[in-house]
Design a protein around this ligand. Structure first.
Ligand code: SF4
Length: 159
């Protein structure tokens, strides 16, 4: 079977996680592929891995794409901020930072996150729930590159 871009990405991501898992023992504990839910906020997430260094815990996401411009609307940061909320809810830690490893650039970026970031995530979840309740189809993304291999294309306004 021909591999799709997303299947290739999944294999690469798995190899990267294996490489990280095989590294010499470090001071921090790493927990890989952790699936977490929070029924109160309706958040669900599969976290690539999260680290606990004895004092604090933080999620780490692995991305194959480019670094996005920084700012509150940085979608990568928001995605990992949602994972931070899930860790807080499930393990009772206060999460103050998140990390994203960009495989293409071989760069690990760390973002401090605060209450503003967490509230922004919860606001987005609320907006999505409102769309679902009203059975409204959301506006297509401005970033048309994302549509190329999107599985939702046939249900979307862009179709
Ligand atoms: S095709 Fe997919 S990525 Fe593009 S706007 Fe529609 S849902 Fe979003």
């Amino acid at each position: 079977m021909k591999q799709t871009y997303k299947m290739e990405y999944g294999v690469k991501k798995h190899e990267k996680l294996q490489e990280i898992a095989n590294k010499e023992k470090e001071a921090s504990q790493k927990y890989f592929n952790v699936y977490l839910t929070d029924p109160d906020s309706s958040l669900v997430g599969l976290i690539d891995y999260f680290e606990f260094d004895g004092n604090e815990a933080y999620p780490v996401e692995i991305k194959s794409g480019n670094l996005p411009p920084d700012g509150l609307d940085n979608p990568h940061k928001l995605q990992v901020a949602a994972q931070a909320l899930l860790i807080e809810k499930n393990f009772d830690f206060l999460v103050k930072k998140v990390r994203i490893f960009y495989t293409k650039h071989h760069e690990l970026v760390e973002y401090p996150i605060d209450i503003e970031d967490k509230l922004k995530v919860l606001k987005i979840v609320e907006e999505i729930e409102t769309l679902i309740d009203r059975e409204k189809i959301p506006e297509p993304t401005k970033h048309q590159g994302k549509c190329v291999d999107c599985e939702c294309k046939s249900y979307c306004l862009r179709a």
